[in-house]
Design a protein around this ligand. Sequence first.
Ligand code: GDP
Ligand code: MG
Length: 438
Amino acid sequence: LSERLQSALKNVTRKGKLTEKDVDVMMREVRLALLEADVNIKVVREFIKEVKEKAIGETVLKSLTPGQQVIKIVNEELTKLMGDEAEYLNFGTSKPAVFMMVGLQGAGKTTHTGKLSTYLRKKDKKNPLLVACDVYRPAAVDQLKTIGKQLNIPVFEKGTSMNPVDIAAEAIAYAKENGHDLVIIDTAGRLHIDESLMNELKEIKALVKPQEILLVVDAMTGQDAVNVAESFHQQLDLTGVILTKLDGDTRGGAALSIRKMTNVPIKFMGMGEKLDTLEVFHPERMASRILGMGDVMTLIERAQENFDEEESMKLADKMMNATYDFNDFLKQMKQMKRLGAFEDILKMIPGVGNQLKDINIDPKQMARVEAIIYSMTEQERKNPDLINASRKNRIAKGCGCDLAEVNRLIKQFTDMRKMMKRFSNMDPRQMERMAAAM
Ligand code: GDP
Ligand code: MG
Protein backbone atom coordinates (compact mmCIF):
# COMPACT_ATOMS: atom_id res chain seq x y z
CA LEU A 1 0.00 0.00 0.00
CA SER A 2 2.67 2.46 0.85
CA GLU A 3 3.09 2.66 -2.91
CA ARG A 4 -0.35 4.15 -3.14
CA LEU A 5 0.54 6.54 -0.38
CA GLN A 6 3.62 7.52 -2.27
CA SER A 7 1.80 8.16 -5.49
CA ALA A 8 -0.73 10.24 -3.62
CA LEU A 9 2.22 12.13 -2.24
CA LYS A 10 3.44 12.92 -5.71
CA ASN A 11 0.11 14.07 -6.99
CA VAL A 12 -0.22 16.70 -4.33
CA THR A 13 2.67 18.92 -5.21
CA ARG A 14 1.47 22.48 -5.17
CA LYS A 15 2.76 24.98 -2.63
CA GLY A 16 0.95 27.35 -0.29
CA LYS A 17 -1.64 26.49 2.31
CA LEU A 18 -3.06 23.00 2.70
CA THR A 19 -6.48 22.92 1.12
CA GLU A 20 -9.29 20.63 2.05
CA LYS A 21 -8.70 18.79 -1.20
CA ASP A 22 -5.00 18.15 -0.52
CA VAL A 23 -5.86 16.81 2.88
CA ASP A 24 -8.72 14.67 1.59
CA VAL A 25 -6.57 13.06 -1.07
CA MET A 26 -3.88 12.16 1.41
CA MET A 27 -6.21 11.12 4.22
CA ARG A 28 -7.96 8.63 2.00
CA GLU A 29 -4.64 6.86 1.59
CA VAL A 30 -3.72 7.24 5.25
CA ARG A 31 -7.04 5.67 6.18
CA LEU A 32 -6.27 2.66 4.00
CA ALA A 33 -2.78 2.41 5.41
CA LEU A 34 -4.16 2.31 8.93
CA LEU A 35 -6.81 -0.26 8.09
CA GLU A 36 -4.25 -2.43 6.35
CA ALA A 37 -2.06 -2.18 9.43
CA ASP A 38 -5.03 -3.68 11.26
CA VAL A 39 -5.82 -0.60 13.31
CA ASN A 40 -9.22 -0.70 14.95
CA ILE A 41 -11.85 0.99 12.77
CA LYS A 42 -13.11 3.23 15.56
CA VAL A 43 -9.59 4.43 16.18
CA VAL A 44 -9.09 5.07 12.48
CA ARG A 45 -12.25 7.13 12.15
CA GLU A 46 -11.51 9.30 15.13
CA PHE A 47 -7.93 9.77 14.18
CA ILE A 48 -8.70 10.78 10.59
CA LYS A 49 -11.26 13.28 11.77
CA GLU A 50 -8.88 14.89 14.23
CA VAL A 51 -5.99 15.09 11.82
CA LYS A 52 -8.12 16.55 9.04
CA GLU A 53 -9.22 19.37 11.27
CA LYS A 54 -5.67 20.01 12.30
CA ALA A 55 -4.18 19.91 8.83
CA ILE A 56 -6.53 22.05 6.76
CA GLY A 57 -5.26 25.59 6.52
CA GLU A 58 -1.76 24.85 7.77
CA THR A 59 0.99 26.54 5.87
CA VAL A 60 3.11 24.23 3.83
CA LEU A 61 6.75 24.51 4.83
CA LYS A 62 8.83 25.76 1.98
CA SER A 63 10.95 22.65 1.85
CA LEU A 64 8.01 20.25 1.73
CA THR A 65 5.26 19.54 -0.73
CA PRO A 66 1.69 19.68 0.60
CA GLY A 67 1.57 15.89 0.42
CA GLN A 68 4.68 15.58 2.53
CA GLN A 69 3.31 18.15 4.92
CA VAL A 70 0.15 16.12 5.47
CA ILE A 71 2.20 12.98 6.06
CA LYS A 72 4.34 14.90 8.52
CA ILE A 73 1.26 15.94 10.48
CA VAL A 74 -0.18 12.43 10.34
CA ASN A 75 3.07 10.99 11.59
CA GLU A 76 3.35 13.51 14.40
CA GLU A 77 -0.20 12.84 15.52
CA LEU A 78 0.28 9.07 15.39
CA THR A 79 3.42 9.44 17.46
CA LYS A 80 1.66 11.66 19.96
CA LEU A 81 -1.18 9.18 20.22
CA MET A 82 1.20 6.40 21.10
CA GLY A 83 2.79 8.41 23.83
CA ASP A 84 5.54 10.54 22.26
CA GLU A 85 8.30 9.40 24.58
CA ALA A 86 8.68 5.79 25.61
CA GLU A 87 7.43 5.28 29.16
CA TYR A 88 9.78 3.38 31.40
CA LEU A 89 9.21 0.92 34.20
CA ASN A 90 8.39 1.80 37.77
CA PHE A 91 10.47 -0.07 40.33
CA GLY A 92 8.85 1.55 43.36
CA THR A 93 10.74 2.06 46.60
CA SER A 94 10.24 -1.20 48.48
CA LYS A 95 12.51 -4.17 47.86
CA PRO A 96 12.04 -6.28 45.94
CA ALA A 97 10.17 -4.66 43.09
CA VAL A 98 7.61 -7.12 41.75
CA PHE A 99 6.53 -7.40 38.12
CA MET A 100 3.74 -9.66 36.90
CA MET A 101 3.65 -10.90 33.33
CA VAL A 102 0.13 -11.65 32.14
CA GLY A 103 -1.50 -12.53 28.83
CA LEU A 104 -2.99 -15.24 26.68
CA GLN A 105 -1.27 -18.51 25.96
CA GLY A 106 1.45 -18.26 23.34
CA ALA A 107 1.72 -14.48 23.52
CA GLY A 108 5.30 -14.69 24.77
CA LYS A 109 5.04 -14.30 28.55
CA THR A 110 7.64 -16.89 29.46
CA THR A 111 10.05 -15.78 26.76
CA HIS A 112 9.65 -12.14 27.77
CA THR A 113 10.06 -12.91 31.45
CA GLY A 114 13.52 -14.03 30.41
CA LYS A 115 14.14 -11.18 28.01
CA LEU A 116 13.09 -8.54 30.51
CA SER A 117 15.22 -10.01 33.30
CA THR A 118 18.42 -10.01 31.26
CA TYR A 119 17.61 -6.56 29.91
CA LEU A 120 17.16 -5.12 33.41
CA ARG A 121 20.15 -6.92 34.85
CA LYS A 122 22.25 -5.20 32.22
CA LYS A 123 20.56 -1.81 32.05
CA ASP A 124 19.54 -1.23 35.67
CA LYS A 125 22.00 -3.55 37.38
CA LYS A 126 19.12 -5.55 38.84
CA ASN A 127 19.51 -8.90 40.47
CA PRO A 128 16.30 -10.57 39.31
CA LEU A 129 14.50 -13.71 40.43
CA LEU A 130 12.13 -15.41 37.98
CA VAL A 131 9.06 -17.17 39.34
CA ALA A 132 7.28 -20.04 37.61
CA CYS A 133 3.58 -19.58 38.36
CA ASP A 134 2.22 -21.36 35.30
CA VAL A 135 1.49 -24.67 37.00
CA TYR A 136 -1.01 -25.99 34.50
CA ARG A 137 1.49 -27.28 31.99
CA PRO A 138 4.61 -29.07 33.27
CA ALA A 139 6.42 -27.91 30.16
CA ALA A 140 5.89 -24.28 31.20
CA VAL A 141 7.97 -24.66 34.36
CA ASP A 142 10.72 -26.44 32.45
CA GLN A 143 10.68 -23.76 29.78
CA LEU A 144 11.32 -21.03 32.34
CA LYS A 145 14.01 -23.14 34.01
CA THR A 146 15.76 -23.58 30.68
CA ILE A 147 15.61 -19.86 30.01
CA GLY A 148 16.96 -19.12 33.49
CA LYS A 149 19.83 -21.51 32.96
CA GLN A 150 20.62 -19.96 29.61
CA LEU A 151 20.76 -16.49 31.14
CA ASN A 152 22.26 -17.59 34.40
CA ILE A 153 19.36 -16.03 36.30
CA PRO A 154 17.78 -18.03 39.16
CA VAL A 155 14.26 -19.41 38.78
CA PHE A 156 12.00 -20.02 41.75
CA GLU A 157 9.71 -22.99 41.12
CA LYS A 158 7.65 -25.48 43.06
CA GLY A 159 6.74 -27.80 40.23
CA THR A 160 3.08 -28.04 39.29
CA SER A 161 1.35 -29.25 42.42
CA MET A 162 1.29 -26.07 44.47
CA ASN A 163 -1.17 -23.18 44.19
CA PRO A 164 0.34 -20.32 42.14
CA VAL A 165 -0.70 -17.76 44.75
CA ASP A 166 1.31 -19.59 47.40
CA ILE A 167 4.25 -19.98 45.06
CA ALA A 168 4.29 -16.22 44.50
CA ALA A 169 4.22 -15.59 48.27
CA GLU A 170 7.11 -17.94 48.91
CA ALA A 171 9.07 -16.51 46.02
CA ILE A 172 8.93 -13.02 47.47
CA ALA A 173 10.10 -14.23 50.86
CA TYR A 174 12.91 -16.07 49.11
CA ALA A 175 13.86 -12.97 47.12
CA LYS A 176 14.09 -10.89 50.30
CA GLU A 177 16.31 -13.45 51.99
CA ASN A 178 18.58 -13.78 49.01
CA GLY A 179 19.05 -10.18 48.07
CA HIS A 180 17.02 -10.10 44.87
CA ASP A 181 15.80 -6.58 44.19
CA LEU A 182 13.47 -7.63 41.39
CA VAL A 183 10.97 -10.46 41.09
CA ILE A 184 9.37 -11.24 37.74
CA ILE A 185 6.39 -13.58 37.92
CA ASP A 186 5.55 -15.65 34.86
CA THR A 187 1.86 -16.51 35.04
CA ALA A 188 -0.36 -18.96 33.21
CA GLY A 189 -2.29 -18.07 30.10
CA ARG A 190 -5.36 -19.45 28.44
CA LEU A 191 -6.39 -19.61 24.84
CA HIS A 192 -9.22 -17.23 25.65
CA ILE A 193 -9.93 -14.95 28.53
CA ASP A 194 -11.80 -16.82 31.24
CA GLU A 195 -12.95 -16.06 34.71
CA SER A 196 -10.93 -18.62 36.65
CA LEU A 197 -7.70 -17.30 35.13
CA MET A 198 -8.63 -13.71 35.92
CA ASN A 199 -9.48 -14.65 39.48
CA GLU A 200 -6.16 -16.34 39.95
CA LEU A 201 -4.31 -13.34 38.56
CA LYS A 202 -6.29 -11.00 40.79
CA GLU A 203 -5.37 -13.09 43.82
CA ILE A 204 -1.69 -13.02 42.96
CA LYS A 205 -1.91 -9.31 42.40
CA ALA A 206 -3.60 -8.67 45.75
CA LEU A 207 -0.91 -10.65 47.49
CA VAL A 208 2.26 -9.41 45.81
CA LYS A 209 1.19 -5.80 45.09
CA PRO A 210 3.23 -5.55 41.92
CA GLN A 211 4.78 -2.29 40.74
CA GLU A 212 4.18 -3.38 37.17
CA ILE A 213 1.53 -5.60 35.64
CA LEU A 214 2.67 -6.07 32.08
CA LEU A 215 0.35 -7.47 29.47
CA VAL A 216 2.26 -9.52 26.95
CA VAL A 217 0.40 -9.43 23.66
CA ASP A 218 1.13 -10.81 20.23
CA ALA A 219 1.24 -8.02 17.64
CA MET A 220 0.23 -10.41 14.91
CA THR A 221 -3.21 -10.87 16.43
CA GLY A 222 -4.11 -7.35 15.30
CA GLN A 223 -7.68 -6.47 16.18
CA ASP A 224 -7.98 -9.22 18.79
CA ALA A 225 -5.11 -7.69 20.68
CA VAL A 226 -7.35 -4.74 21.53
CA ASN A 227 -10.09 -6.91 23.01
CA VAL A 228 -7.53 -8.81 25.03
CA ALA A 229 -5.96 -5.60 26.30
CA GLU A 230 -9.34 -4.14 27.22
CA SER A 231 -10.41 -7.17 29.27
CA PHE A 232 -7.10 -7.56 31.06
CA HIS A 233 -7.03 -3.87 31.82
CA GLN A 234 -10.55 -3.90 33.19
CA GLN A 235 -9.76 -6.76 35.53
CA LEU A 236 -6.20 -6.02 36.55
CA ASP A 237 -5.42 -2.37 35.93
CA LEU A 238 -2.41 -2.90 33.70
CA THR A 239 0.61 -0.63 33.99
CA GLY A 240 2.10 -1.47 30.62
CA VAL A 241 2.10 -3.58 27.51
CA ILE A 242 4.84 -5.60 25.88
CA LEU A 243 4.01 -6.03 22.23
CA THR A 244 5.66 -9.17 20.90
CA LYS A 245 6.51 -10.76 17.56
CA LEU A 246 7.13 -7.45 15.86
CA ASP A 247 9.94 -9.17 14.01
CA GLY A 248 7.19 -10.68 11.85
CA ASP A 249 5.77 -8.74 8.95
CA THR A 250 2.93 -7.22 10.89
CA ARG A 251 2.61 -3.48 10.51
CA GLY A 252 1.93 -3.13 14.20
CA GLY A 253 -1.48 -1.47 14.09
CA ALA A 254 -2.21 -3.16 17.42
CA ALA A 255 0.12 -0.72 19.12
CA LEU A 256 -2.00 2.23 18.08
CA SER A 257 -5.34 0.59 18.85
CA ILE A 258 -4.29 -0.64 22.27
CA ARG A 259 -2.93 2.71 23.31
CA LYS A 260 -5.91 4.63 22.05
CA MET A 261 -8.55 2.26 23.44
CA THR A 262 -7.03 1.54 26.86
CA ASN A 263 -4.55 4.35 27.36
CA VAL A 264 -2.09 1.80 28.75
CA PRO A 265 1.42 2.66 27.58
CA ILE A 266 3.29 0.20 25.43
CA LYS A 267 6.66 -0.12 27.10
CA PHE A 268 8.59 -2.72 25.18
CA MET A 269 8.60 -4.55 21.91
CA GLY A 270 9.63 -8.15 21.38
CA MET A 271 11.60 -8.55 18.21
CA GLY A 272 12.39 -12.26 18.05
CA GLU A 273 12.62 -15.62 19.73
CA LYS A 274 16.11 -15.02 21.05
CA LEU A 275 16.49 -13.63 24.53
CA ASP A 276 18.34 -10.47 23.56
CA THR A 277 15.60 -9.18 21.29
CA LEU A 278 13.76 -6.84 23.61
CA GLU A 279 13.58 -3.17 22.70
CA VAL A 280 12.13 -0.11 24.34
CA PHE A 281 9.01 0.92 22.46
CA HIS A 282 9.54 3.86 20.11
CA PRO A 283 6.28 5.60 19.22
CA GLU A 284 7.91 7.45 16.35
CA ARG A 285 9.29 4.36 14.70
CA MET A 286 6.02 2.57 15.19
CA ALA A 287 4.16 5.43 13.52
CA SER A 288 6.27 5.09 10.38
CA ARG A 289 5.88 1.35 10.47
CA ILE A 290 2.11 1.60 10.71
CA LEU A 291 2.03 3.98 7.77
CA GLY A 292 4.35 1.61 5.92
CA MET A 293 6.67 4.43 5.06
CA GLY A 294 10.12 3.23 5.99
CA ASP A 295 11.90 6.15 7.49
CA VAL A 296 10.32 8.69 5.24
CA MET A 297 9.81 11.00 8.16
CA THR A 298 13.45 10.97 9.08
CA LEU A 299 14.17 11.82 5.50
CA ILE A 300 11.67 14.64 5.39
CA GLU A 301 13.01 16.04 8.61
CA ARG A 302 16.62 15.86 7.61
CA ALA A 303 15.84 17.55 4.34
CA GLN A 304 14.07 20.25 6.26
CA GLU A 305 16.95 20.85 8.62
CA ASN A 306 19.72 20.80 6.15
CA PHE A 307 18.61 22.35 2.94
CA ASP A 308 19.06 26.03 2.86
CA GLU A 309 15.70 26.89 1.40
CA GLU A 310 16.66 30.11 -0.30
CA GLU A 311 19.63 28.42 -1.83
CA SER A 312 17.53 25.58 -3.13
CA MET A 313 15.06 27.96 -4.70
CA LYS A 314 17.82 29.86 -6.41
CA LEU A 315 19.28 26.67 -7.75
CA ALA A 316 15.94 25.48 -9.02
CA ASP A 317 15.51 28.79 -10.79
CA LYS A 318 18.88 28.49 -12.37
CA MET A 319 18.19 24.97 -13.52
CA MET A 320 15.12 26.17 -15.28
CA ASN A 321 16.91 29.06 -16.88
CA ALA A 322 19.75 26.85 -18.03
CA THR A 323 22.32 29.13 -16.39
CA TYR A 324 23.21 26.22 -14.18
CA ASP A 325 27.00 25.83 -14.07
CA PHE A 326 29.68 23.82 -12.33
CA ASN A 327 29.62 26.11 -9.32
CA ASP A 328 25.96 25.32 -8.81
CA PHE A 329 26.71 21.67 -9.26
CA LEU A 330 29.34 21.87 -6.54
CA LYS A 331 26.92 23.60 -4.17
CA GLN A 332 24.37 20.91 -4.72
CA MET A 333 26.85 18.20 -4.01
CA LYS A 334 27.69 19.85 -0.73
CA GLN A 335 24.05 19.98 0.23
CA MET A 336 23.75 16.31 -0.55
CA LYS A 337 26.66 15.54 1.68
CA ARG A 338 25.13 17.48 4.49
CA LEU A 339 22.04 15.36 4.10
CA GLY A 340 24.11 12.37 5.14
CA ALA A 341 25.58 9.55 3.20
CA PHE A 342 23.81 9.49 -0.11
CA GLU A 343 23.22 5.78 0.16
CA ASP A 344 21.54 6.12 3.52
CA ILE A 345 19.21 8.68 2.11
CA LEU A 346 18.21 6.50 -0.79
CA LYS A 347 17.65 3.58 1.54
CA MET A 348 15.16 5.56 3.57
CA ILE A 349 12.90 5.94 0.58
CA PRO A 350 10.31 3.17 0.74
CA GLY A 351 10.74 0.65 -2.03
CA VAL A 352 14.24 1.77 -2.84
CA GLY A 353 15.88 0.11 0.15
CA ASN A 354 15.56 -3.38 -1.23
CA GLN A 355 16.65 -2.56 -4.73
CA LEU A 356 19.67 -0.81 -3.38
CA LYS A 357 20.98 -3.71 -1.35
CA ASP A 358 23.66 -4.66 -3.84
CA ILE A 359 24.54 -1.25 -5.18
CA ASN A 360 27.18 0.87 -3.60
CA ILE A 361 27.36 4.57 -4.08
CA ASP A 362 30.90 5.45 -3.46
CA PRO A 363 31.61 8.59 -1.46
CA LYS A 364 35.10 8.48 -2.95
CA GLN A 365 33.52 8.87 -6.35
CA MET A 366 31.83 12.04 -5.18
CA ALA A 367 35.10 13.31 -3.80
CA ARG A 368 36.77 12.79 -7.17
CA VAL A 369 34.04 14.68 -8.95
CA GLU A 370 34.63 17.53 -6.55
CA ALA A 371 38.36 17.40 -7.19
CA ILE A 372 37.82 17.68 -10.91
CA ILE A 373 35.59 20.70 -10.52
CA TYR A 374 38.08 22.32 -8.15
CA SER A 375 40.83 22.11 -10.75
CA MET A 376 38.76 24.05 -13.24
CA THR A 377 39.22 27.78 -13.48
CA GLU A 378 36.38 30.02 -12.43
CA GLN A 379 35.71 30.78 -16.09
CA GLU A 380 35.55 27.14 -16.99
CA ARG A 381 33.13 26.44 -14.20
CA LYS A 382 30.86 29.25 -15.30
CA ASN A 383 31.05 28.36 -18.94
CA PRO A 384 31.70 24.65 -19.41
CA ASP A 385 31.56 25.02 -23.19
CA LEU A 386 35.00 26.61 -22.97
CA ILE A 387 36.58 23.35 -21.89
CA ASN A 388 38.40 22.04 -24.96
CA ALA A 389 40.84 19.14 -25.24
CA SER A 390 43.88 20.96 -23.91
CA ARG A 391 41.92 22.36 -20.99
CA LYS A 392 40.65 18.88 -20.21
CA ASN A 393 44.22 17.62 -20.15
CA ARG A 394 45.24 20.37 -17.77
CA ILE A 395 42.27 19.68 -15.47
CA ALA A 396 43.05 15.97 -15.40
CA LYS A 397 46.64 16.67 -14.42
CA GLY A 398 45.56 19.20 -11.85
CA CYS A 399 43.36 16.78 -9.95
CA GLY A 400 45.33 13.63 -10.62
CA CYS A 401 42.46 11.97 -12.44
CA ASP A 402 42.28 10.11 -15.73
CA LEU A 403 41.40 12.16 -18.74
CA ALA A 404 38.56 9.68 -19.27
CA GLU A 405 37.06 10.64 -15.93
CA VAL A 406 37.18 14.31 -16.75
CA ASN A 407 35.56 13.61 -20.08
CA ARG A 408 32.83 11.57 -18.50
CA LEU A 409 31.96 14.24 -15.95
CA ILE A 410 31.82 16.98 -18.53
CA LYS A 411 29.69 14.87 -20.83
CA GLN A 412 27.29 14.02 -18.02
CA PHE A 413 27.07 17.62 -17.02
CA THR A 414 26.37 18.80 -20.55
CA ASP A 415 23.70 16.16 -21.00
CA MET A 416 22.11 17.21 -17.76
CA ARG A 417 22.03 20.81 -18.89
CA LYS A 418 20.39 19.84 -22.13
CA MET A 419 17.74 17.99 -20.22
CA MET A 420 17.12 20.97 -17.97
CA LYS A 421 16.70 23.15 -20.98
CA ARG A 422 14.08 20.81 -22.31
CA PHE A 423 12.34 20.93 -18.94
CA SER A 424 12.19 24.66 -18.96
CA ASN A 425 10.61 24.71 -22.41
CA MET A 426 7.94 22.25 -21.42
CA ASP A 427 4.43 23.34 -20.71
CA PRO A 428 3.39 22.84 -17.09
CA ARG A 429 0.99 20.00 -17.78
CA GLN A 430 3.70 18.01 -19.46
CA MET A 431 5.94 18.58 -16.48
CA GLU A 432 3.34 17.37 -14.05
CA ARG A 433 3.03 14.16 -15.99
CA MET A 434 6.77 13.67 -15.96
CA ALA A 435 7.03 14.35 -12.25
CA ALA A 436 4.34 11.80 -11.55
CA ALA A 437 6.23 9.21 -13.58
CA MET A 438 9.45 9.78 -11.69
P1 GDP B 1 3.56 -17.81 26.69
O1 GDP B 1 2.61 -18.94 26.45
O2 GDP B 1 2.83 -16.50 26.73
O3 GDP B 1 4.45 -18.01 27.85
O4 GDP B 1 4.48 -17.71 25.38
P2 GDP B 1 5.96 -18.22 25.16
O5 GDP B 1 6.91 -17.33 25.85
O6 GDP B 1 6.04 -19.67 25.49
O7 GDP B 1 6.11 -17.99 23.60
C1 GDP B 1 5.32 -18.68 22.64
C2 GDP B 1 6.10 -18.79 21.35
O8 GDP B 1 6.32 -17.52 20.78
C3 GDP B 1 7.48 -19.39 21.55
O9 GDP B 1 7.74 -20.26 20.50
C4 GDP B 1 8.41 -18.19 21.50
O10 GDP B 1 9.67 -18.54 21.03
C5 GDP B 1 7.68 -17.29 20.54
N1 GDP B 1 7.98 -15.87 20.75
C6 GDP B 1 7.90 -15.17 21.89
N2 GDP B 1 8.21 -13.87 21.69
C7 GDP B 1 8.53 -13.75 20.39
C8 GDP B 1 8.92 -12.63 19.56
O11 GDP B 1 9.06 -11.49 19.98
N3 GDP B 1 9.14 -12.92 18.25
C9 GDP B 1 8.98 -14.17 17.74
N4 GDP B 1 9.21 -14.34 16.45
N5 GDP B 1 8.60 -15.21 18.49
C10 GDP B 1 8.37 -15.01 19.80
MG1 MG C 1 4.41 -19.45 29.30
